[in-house]
Ligand binder design. Structure first.
Ligand SMILES: *[C@@H]1O[C@H](CO)[C@@H](O)[C@H](O)[C@H]1NC(C)=O
Length: 312
């Protein structure tokens, strides 16, 4: 009996420890799940010095930095989610408290954060049918005395009062923008489910950047691992209904211009025709859509043309 329990316990631990990336069986997407791709057709005015918007996951460097990571998550994305999807509505409590206390220290007569009125709270709460989520990557977070002098004051980052950085081992290619952290996607989806009433989620952007080249194995790896992490969250109850790959084509990427290429199709910027050629990831993504399943071992035949087939 005891031996069986120990055996079972060991088995449970083994299962708990096996990360999504280690489970490489073919996984099915649920009936009716929607897939798509998106791209940008125009340069965004004024995008030369700013970056795009997405919800990153903020992970504490260690247990003592949990509050700092929590605050980063609240300021960086939950400030848009809390007013609509939380029970209480309005801004996250942490934002109200930190900005009020900073404002006092800075000599303001009242908080720089103008709160929702009770009418506004009710007006905004539950005003959305679905949750559109852009997600790419994760950052580690810590907070110690060093933050006191790190940021301009007053500023958004001084209000958060936390330092964020990527771990070097998260970089699998040359991208300066996207570090590969599939479990961060899982944690973000889980937090939205647990803290915000499990709304229907449409993944409106997710993808990886590479240099020019058609053998984009890093992108293929990123997509597989992130889809797998998404399926993990869905198996635990997250209500994800759709997934949109960013991007169909290489395009102008905010302050990164044309250096970070997100396309399933490569665009030749030197050709007047802007010739588009499918990368390996285009073949792999098509196969995922065709079979409605994720097979980590599928190897496409890239000598065959990539066709647009009848919808099925
Ligand atoms: C703050 O924490 C960071 C990261 O753990 C560390 O590198 C740094 O030396 C710390 N600074 C102070 C002033 O404690």
């Amino acid at each position: 009996m005891t031996r069986l329990s120990i055996l079972l316990l060991t088995f449970c631990i083994a299962v708990a420890r096996s990360k999504p990336s280690e489970r490489h069986e073919v996984r099915k997407f649920p009936e009716g799940f929607l897939f798509g791709t998106a791209t940008a057709s125009y340069q965004v005015e004024g995008a030369w010095n700013i970056d795009g918007y997405s919800a990153q996951w903020y992970e504490p460097e260690s247990e003592e930095h949990e509050q700092a990571a929590n605050d980063a998550n609240d300021f960086m994305w939950a400030q848009y989610v809390h007013p609509i999807f939380s029970e209480t509505g309005g801004y996250p409590q942490v934002m109200k408290e930190r900005i009020a206390s900073k404002s006092t220290q800075q000599g303001y007569p009242r908080s720089r954060l103008i709160d929702f009125t009770p009418e506004e709270i009710e007006f905004v709460k539950r005003s959305a049918d679905a949750f559109g989520l852009n997600h790419y990557t994760t950052r580690m977070v810590y907070r110690n005395e060093s933050v006191d002098t790190m940021f301009d004051s007053p500023s958004f980052f001084d209000d958060i009062g936390a330092v964020q950085y990527p771990l070097p081992e998260w970089q699998i290619g040359e991208s300066q923008k996207v570090y590969t952290v599939p479990w961060g996607f899982y944690k973000l989806l889980t937090a939205i489910r647990e803290k915000y009433g499990n709304p229907p989620i449409y993944i409106t952007e997710n993808g990886f950047a590479t240099s020019p080249g058609l053998e984009d194995n890093h992108r293929v790896y990123y997509y597989r691992e992130y889809l797998s992490a998404m399926l993990d969250a869905m198996e635990e109850g997250s209500d994800v209904r759709a997934y949109t790959a960013w991007s169909l084509l290489d395009n102008f990427e905010w302050k990164f211009g044309y250096t970070e290429r997100f396309g399933l199709y490569e665009v030749d910027y030197n050709s007047p025709d802007r010739t588009r050629t499918p990368r390996k990831s285009a073949y792999v993504y098509k196969e995922i859509l065709r079979t409605r399943s994720l097979d980590h071992h599928y190897e496409p035949d890239m000598s065959a043309p990539l066709t647009i087939d009848e919808f099925h």
